[in-house]
Design a binder for this molecule. Structure first.
Ligand code: SAH
Length: 394
């Protein structure tokens, strides 16, 4: 018989609402001694079936839920159908095609908590953030091969996941053939090289695809500062749209090497990339009185825990103050934030304070989120983490 996880009284409501994460605090009892990764049924304290999922005693998320119908088994066919539906959405979004890149499966956003799949041309990057799905890797790989006929599949892992989930996974080719080097993809006419085996995340920040293209036209005829540029995303789009020059700053040497190669591949010679700490480099540029027509700030996740939110906001305050000082009249500020714990209204409040302090008028032109291949499940709004503000600064 399937093991059972019994909820505390009055704790069932989020799960009837299809939230997929059951934390230890909501659980009254576990019956049937499930092993980590096993299927469990989630029951209310009165014994009613609520949902079905996978158990992990080593994770703060004790159960990840996938099914809310007692008659549907959590089997190979179920996972294949979830993958198929996720892939169908990207086809409907028009994101498929040779040389293209997109997120095919986005964990909770696609009802597959703990599994992310990115496509780069003919290769896939598969990432597990849950033990239960990692244990079912063969099913998932087989379904992906059947549905997509990729040339090769890499497994990529997030830092710290071993500790969070008791999941031992390595970055390696797990199916098919490796590409001969970095893979070239096209994003709205701009060419990028992606290092699938060693790049950050799964190689490229796909969630920013539409934000890069939304900001680019405003950079025409302007000098652009691309802070936290990685392989040149925002800066390359800006340069292709007619920016006079771009200065990209990042601390990662390998990322900047690709950024320079990307500039060459796009036939651009007006980009400069500097390796360094954005906080220090921007302070030095401001000190020298340098001016820009557009400043892009796309830092990594500053706040991983609630306690870290205050400190993260201090980081944003610092960066945005420098940006406001360096922006010419009629400049454009692009501020991104990928910390789920920092909400859009918090970013806007901060910007309002800084506008007053720096005596600049700041007008929000666009409030943006991630590209649509990173769908947000209405049952799990935590999957909405990326915010992007495009503002005009007078
Ligand atoms: N804008 C990029 C993605 C940025 S991801 C794109 O469109 O592709 C965040 C980047 O910040 C990473 O490349 C990381 O190397 C860099 N980074 C993190 N902390 C940094 C710091 N203090 N100074 C400079 N770069 C930093």
């Amino acid at each position: 018989m399937t093991a059972r996880v019994i909820l505390q009284p009055r704790r069932a409501r989020p799960f009837y609402g299809r939230h997929p994460w059951v934390y230890a605090g909501a659980i009254a009892a576990v019956e049937g001694a499930p092993s980590d990764g096993d299927i469990v049924d989630l029951l209310s304290h009165t014994g009613h079936f609520v949902a079905r999922g996978l158990y992990n005693s080593r994770s703060k998320i004790r159960v990840r839920l996938y099914i809310w119908d007692a008659d549907v088994p959590l089997d190979r066919a179920f996972f294949r159908k979830q993958l198929e539906d996720a892939i169908e959405l990207r086809r409907l979004l028009g994101l498929e095609g040779p040389g293209r890149a997109c997120r095919l499966v986005f964990s909770e956003g696609d009802g597959l908590s703990g599994c992310t799949v990115d496509r780069y041309d003919r290769w896939l990057a598969l990432q597990f953030t849950s033990l239960g799905l990692a244990q079912r890797r063969e099913w998932i790989v087989e379904a992906l091969v059947e549905l997509l006929q990729p040339t090769g599949i890499y497994q990529r892992t997030e830092r710290g996941i071993g500790q969070l989930e008791g999941l031992e996974a390595r970055d390696e080719l797990i199916w098919g053939e490796a590409p001969s080097g970095p893979i070239e993809i096209a994003e709205g006419g701009v060419r990028f090289l992606v290092n699938l085996a060693e790049g950050q995340k799964t190689g490229f920040y796909l969630d920013q695809r539409d934000n890069r293209q939304a900001a680019a036209p405003l950079a025409r005829g302007r000098r652009v500062l691309d802070g936290f540029c990685y392989t040149g995303g925002f800066g390359l789009h800006a340069a292709c749209a007619g920016a006079t020059s771009v200065l990209g700053i990042d601390q990662s040497g390998p990322a900047l090497q690709l950024a320079r190669e990307n500039a060459r591949r796009n036939g651009l010679d007006n980009l400069t990339f500097v390796q360094g700490n954005v906080f220090e480099e921007m302070a030095a540029l401001a000190e020298r009185g340098e001016r820009f027509g557009m400043v892009v700030l796309d830092p990594p996740k500053f706040a991983r825990t609630r306690q870290a939110v205050e400190e993260a906001l201090r980081g944003y305050r610092h960066l945005q103050t420098l940006a406001l000082r360096m922006l010419e009249p009629h400049g454009f500020l692009v501020v991104c934030c990928c910390s789920g714990l920092i909400r859009m209204d918090m970013l806007e409040d901060l910007l309002a304070q800084l506008a007053a302090e720096e005596k600049r008028m700041v007008q929000i032109l666009q409030r943006r989120g991630p590209a649509p291949d990173h769908p947000v499940s209405v049952s799990c709004l935590e999957s909405h983490y990326l915010k992007c503000l495009i503002a005009h600064v007078r």
